[in-house]
Design a protein around this ligand. Structure first.
Ligand SMILES: Cc1cc2nc3c(=O)[nH]c(=O)nc-3n(C[C@H](O)[C@H](O)[C@H](O)COP(=O)(O)OP(=O)(O)OC[C@H]3O[C@@H](n4cnc5c(N)ncnc54)[C@H](O)[C@@H]3O)c2cc1C
Length: 404
């Protein structure tokens, strides 16, 4: 059985020659360039400039942006396969495009024509980088408790607050920022609104300061930062969906829209889990066949062989669940349940398999000379980002137990 992704495992995209060609090109690049170079960059916490530039050439910054705005407009299944391949080489590469594409998805689905025309073509090339900024020091899972405020002053909003965990925040030229508009809450909703904040890439821009770069145990090489806003002024026409002076538009719709866009993020994180789990599995199998103990390769010891059987089974299930969620998204179905289940299962599988691979490597698994230690450090992020496993269980159980 082929436990690798691709045509063998993807019923939906297998017939699509273009999709298969994209994946094959990417797979070769990952094997030839990413796999040999990523561990050194990751350990040095160095941004992979050359790899990101190659990803621009592949068009990956426009992966899910419509062709009409210069993107590749990939279906969700192909997008999941792309993310899986990148993550098999180095999970951080998937992070470079994920929050960028969540920002683009928000603009594409909920923005005005003017907002789409202004930002999406630049974002599709990767020359304009986006990020997504919902979390704060005191609100993560409980996103509705965010405190960042945007107060109207004529044709502008004045923003004050601190945002945490902004991946790609320093390099971004546009931030999808969630802030509370206290006076803009006629419907009695939370007033949480999404702003498209333009900024010059770098540590300072107007009233925005990248106040610190967070040092992480994994997912290194790309920046995750804290950003503070002090009296930062944003034109009212940068409210996602319009400033709603006539009672329509985006004021108060930000959280609902952000949660909808995060469904793409959950498929992305599930696919990342599959990619890391695949890398851990491949490393474990190769090592188990080569390493000898008690006169034979350790793969010939039944305890190791059974461990590999379990790993392959979980990996296969995680991949099928991820593609199933992606297929449902492509069919325009609701995906909260399927994406929540896929994200929960695939992220936990990545964490389990990276530890299994480390066990199979014995002492070598604990050294930085083998990549399994990186998989072990990267995997837990998938359990946390885009909603923790506990939050996925909330989403899943709510969908299952909802009254008709
Ligand atoms: C490396 C990294 C990159 C990130 N990038 C971004 C980004 O680009 N943009 C962004 O906006 N955010 C980003 N995040 C933030 C991420 O989305 C949050 O960390 C995540 O949502 C969890 O929030 P929290 O850290 O505040 O944990 P908390 O919400 O404080 O949760 C702590 C614990 O309590 C549990 N818990 C909370 N509520 C419940 C409940 N109701 N029932 C049961 N258990 C519960 C959680 O599951 C968790 O185990 C990033 C995080 C990391 C680590």
């Amino acid at each position: 059985m082929d436990v690798h992704g691709g045509a063998g495992a993807s019923a939906a995209a297998a017939t699509d020659d273009v999709a298969d060609e994209i994946i094959e090109t990417l797979r070769r690049w990952v094997d030839e360039v990413v796999v040999p170079e990523s561990s050194a960059l990751e350990l040095a916490d160095e941004y992979p400039t050359a790899m990101a530039s190659q990803m621009e050439d592949f068009g990956l910054f426009g992966a899910t942006i419509p062709e009409s705005h210069g993107g590749l407009d990939l279906d969700h299944v192909t997008y999941a396969r792309v993310i899986e391949e990148l993550s098999r080489g180095w999970m951080s590469l998937a992070g470079i495009v994920n929050s960028h594409l969540i920002c683009a998805k928000l603009i594409d689905r909920f923005g005005t024509d003017e907002q789409r025309d202004r930002s999406l073509p630049g974002m599709a090339t990767g020359k304009l980088r986006g990020c997504f900024s919902l979390s704060e020091p005191d609100s993560g899972s409980d996103a509705g408790a965010l405190r960042c405020r945007a107060v109207r002053d004529g044709d502008e909003f004045v923003i004050n607050g601190t945002k945490m965990w902004v991946t790609n925040g320093e390099r971004a030229g546009i931030v999808a920022l969630l802030a509370r508009v206290p006076e803009g809450d006629p419907s009695g909703s939370s007033g949480i609104t999404c702003f498209l904040v333009d900024k010059t890439p770098g540590k300072h821009a107007g009233g925005i300061t990248v106040s610190r770069k967070i040092d992480k145990i994994g997912y290194r090489g790309l920046e995750t930062v804290e950003m503070s806003y002090v009296d930062h002024r944003v034109p009212a026409d940068r409210v996602l969906g319009g400033d709603g002076l006539n009672g329509d538009g985006g004021i108060g719709n930000g959280l609902r829209w952000a949660l909808a866009a995060l469904e793409l993020g959950r498929i992305n994180v599930a696919a990342r889990g599959v990619g890391v789990a695949q890398a851990a599995y491949d490393a474990a199998v190769a090592y188990a066949k080569e390493r000898e103990a008690f006169g034979k390769p350790i793969a010939k010891h039944q305890a190791i062989a059974f461990k590999i059987a379990e790993m392959a089974t979980k990996l296969h299930a995680a991949r099928l669940m991820t593609y199933d969620a992606a297929r449902k998204a492509d069919a325009g179905e609701r995906v909260d349940l399927a994406a929540g289940m896929a994200k929960l299962f695939a992220s936990e599988t990545a964490a389990e398999l990276s530890l299994d691979a480390m066990r199979i490597h014995g002492g070598n698994g604990f050294s930085t000379e083998y990549p399994v230690e990186r998989y072990y450090r990267d995997a837990p992020l998938m359990i946390i980002g885009e909603g923790t496993s506990e939050i996925q269980k909330l989403v899943i159980s709510r969908a299952l137990l909802a009254d008709d």
